[in-house]
Design a protein around this ligand. Structure first.
Ligand SMILES: Nc1ncnc2c1ncn2[C@@H]1O[C@H](COP(=O)(O)OP(=O)(O)OP(=O)(O)O)[C@@H](O)[C@H]1O
Ligand SMILES: [Mg+2]
Length: 273
């Protein structure tokens, strides 16, 4: 398709004019496909009406794909992962049925949260991304961030006197995914900003958290017992916590076999797991 130059009407070859008209009407998929689909239509002897129908249908599919792709880019996922790509047999203590149900996103309408807690490589980020991706496909407003990135943004907003705006905008994100709580200690000052964000979103919108630290160690992460329990209290009030205590998938990929379970112990964990 011609990229530059003025749009010409009724001038030049028919195919050049079709491309110009498509450009005018922003029907790039029609311009790209009309010739090939016309040849197919001749071969398969479909009607003019059906040809037009298929051509327009392809245009719609392409447009939806482009807008979803733009949303996926904007959400900021670290990688693309889906529920179908997750090998549940490798992590049998995860409630597969519940997770698949959560992928239907009903939890978003009830402003419920999901928390994935477990050692490195057990699939926390993968599952968070898979649910986030589903939400993005359904055109929900999704943002993926890490605890470090988020606290840096909160501090920057406070320093530039834009914290209220920042919190307001953050409360409008339908699904906020905060990855990697626990890998870096959060200073007490940042912890109280973090609390304000969680508090602002509480019972309004959903948050997915991933953490390598069991909840009883969050006091150390946030450097303050009162703030840590206030954050946890709000996050867990309407929530689905998943404590994943299986082996690391990264190790499986590295050694090509099942590793022995991680040593991390979590509260409520059954003795047999
Ligand atoms: N059960 C699984 N089936 C398929 N792929 C998996 C599974 N678990 C993890 N993976 C893959 O292994 C890699 C590591 O998983 P992931 O990023 O989710 O780890 P994590 O629990 O977030 O670890 P960390 O705490 O180090 O961030 C990713 O590429 C992910 O797609
Ligand atoms: Mg991770």
């Amino acid at each position: 398709m011609r990229k530059t130059g003025p749009i010409q009407l009724e001038n030049g070859s028919m195919s050049a004019n079709i491309e110009s008209y498509c450009k005018l009407l922003t029907l790039s998929s029609v311009a790209d496909n009309y010739e090939n689909m016309a040849m197919d239509a001749t071969k398969t002897k479909i009607s003019y009406q059906e040809y037009l129908y298929k051509l327009l249908q392809q245009q719609i599919i392409d447009r939806v794909d482009r807008s979803v792709n733009a949303k996926i880019k904007k959400a900021g996922f670290p990688y693309i992962a889906t529920m179908e790509m997750f090998d549940f047999s490798f992590q049998p203590n995860i409630d597969e049925k519940l997770l698949k149900e959560l992928s239907t996103l009903s939890f978003l309408d009830n402003a419920k949260n999901i928390l994935f807690v477990g050692a490195p490589g057990v699939g926390k980020t993968h599952l968070a991304v898979a649910i986030g991706l589903e939400a993005t496909k359904q055109r929900r407003r999704v943002k993926f961030t890490t605890a470090e990135e988020l606290t840096n943004e909160l501090i920057a907003a406070r320093q530039s006197n834009t914290l209220a705006d920042y919190l307001e905008r953050a409360s409008r994100i339908e699904l906020l995914i905060i990855d990697e709580i626990g890998y870096l200690d959060i200073q007490k000052e940042s912890a109280s900003l973090f609390f304000r964000l969680i508090s602002k979103r509480y019972e309004k919108s959903s948050t997915i958290i991933t953490s390598n630290k069991p909840f009883e160690e969050w006091t150390d992460v946030f450097g303050d017992e009162v703030i840590a329990s206030a954050i946890l209290d709000r996050l867990l009030h309407h929530a689905y916590p998943f404590l994943i205590n299986g082996p690391s998938y990264r190790m499986k990929e590295l050694f090509g076999q099942k590793q022995k379970k991680n040593d991390v112990k979590f509260e409520n964990e059954e003795e047999s797991t």
